[in-house]
Design a protein around this ligand. Structure first.
Ligand code: SAM
Length: 353
């Protein structure tokens, strides 16, 4: 009896071949920024990001074998640069809890990209010099309050404000400047401190940015009435120190810039809830375990680790990344409703903030 040969069909259809040129997604957006989450772990339990009720002793963080090695990250970053990426942001979780991070930065510094890092600042004072030496260009430090009791309650790790400020000052002194300072504003929690934060960081050369509280992930219990719209932030500050709008530094800049008319510097507002900026989004995100996400509010990603560890060539990986970007049509913040906010989404600590 003749044996019928059944061809083995790979579970993953081959990605279409990327033939070069500027990469555009289904809505015409180009890819310039890559955010890399280097760990899903964090030493803070910020109430709006990693609430302790969920991220407790029973929470299963990724085992070391599941997370991308520095060599794997650097290889992917090189491929991304070949596709148009010019800026890399290391994030997490808390990127400074990943051991030997400067070694990764040294590897990335060989690429023609700006390298930045977002941190809670808790370990920054002791690592700033080494990060700079490795090739890091700038840092963004999250700081939600100057009031120690409020800050300790928001980070839910009893961490004091003073040590974050020490981190900011050390980073600036080491040349990781200008330092951007991110404040997530949540109604009834820290909205009374908008003016105090503005006053503290005016004339320092650091750039304070106010972020609207977002419905990221599925565990922070987000409600629209807890969002302080950026327009309200600008009104509050302007009432005391008049502000004027400033042009964006580049197309697709996330923060809208405002300068103090008295010459004390500038602030930024990031309005992903009240003024979505999906139409100019140029960001791709690589999760800690090597999944690609085209949106912070995505429900699932595209696995690259399987390709990396399965022996795929650079070209095959490049084609896969290009296909993911070209197929992209998400614009979550433009279509957000109370209903979508309840959908199961991937956590920010995993995907990278
Ligand atoms: N651990 C680092 C840090 O604290 O900056 C990096 C990761 S953190 C997820 C990145 C940024 O996302 C921080 O500035 C944080 O305040 C912000 N973030 C987290 N959850 C948020 C939310 N629900 N709405 C707005 N911003 C949020």
């Amino acid at each position: 009896m003749a044996i019928k040969v059944i061809p083995i069909v790979s579970a993953r259809p081959p990605a279409p071949v990327f033939t070069g040129g500027e990469l555009r997604d289904a809505l015409g957006r180009t890819m310039h920024d890559l955010r890399i989450s280097v760990t899903d772990r964090c030493n803070f339990r910020c109430v709006y990001c990693m609430p302790r009720e969920v991220f407790n002793a029973d929470y299963r963080f990724l085992p070391h074998s599941a997370i991308l090695s520095f060599e794997e990250i650097a290889r992917l970053a090189r491929i991304f640069v070949g596709l148009g990426v010019r800026k890399v942001r290391l994030t997490g979780g808390e990127p400074l809890v990943r051991k030997q991070l400067p070694r990764l930065i040294e590897m990335l510094a060989e690429l023609p990209v700006e390298i930045t890092l977002t941190t809670n600042g808790s370990l920054l004072a002791r690592q700033a010099r080494e990060l700079k030496r490795a090739g890091l260009h700038r840092v963004t430090v999250s700081l939600d309050s100057l009031d120690d009791a409020t800050f300790r309650a928001m980070n839910d790790a009893d961490f004091p404000v003073a040590r974050v400020i020490e981190g900011i000052e050390t980073a600036a002194a080491e040349g990781l400047a200008p330092v951007k300072i991110n404040m997530v504003v949540k109604r009834g929690v820290n909205d009374g401190e908008i003016a105090a934060m503005a006053e503290r960081w005016r004339r320092t050369g650091h750039i304070l940015r106010f972020i609207e509280y977002m419905d990221v992930g599925s565990s922070n219990g987000w409600r629209m009435d807890e969002v302080i719209p950026s327009a309200e932030v600008v009104r509050t500050i302007s009432a005391r120190w008049p502000l004027a709008p400033v042009d964006a530094n580049y197309e697709g800049e996330v923060a809208e810039r405002w300068r103090y008319l008295d010459g004390a510097g500038e602030i930024g507002v990031i309005s992903s809830v009240t003024q979505a900026f999906c139409s100019t989004c140029t960001r791709m995100r690589l999760s800690t375990e090597g999944s690609l996400f085209t949106c912070l509010f995505a429900q699932s990603g595209h696995d690259l680790k399987g390709l990396l560890r399965g022996g795929a060539s650079d070209e095959a990986i490049r084609n896969e990344i290009a296909a993911v970007w070209q197929g992209r049509s998400d614009r979550y913040s433009e279509i957000r409703t109370a209903e979508t906010a309840r959908q199961k989404k991937v956590e920010m600590s995993y995907i990278g903030g």
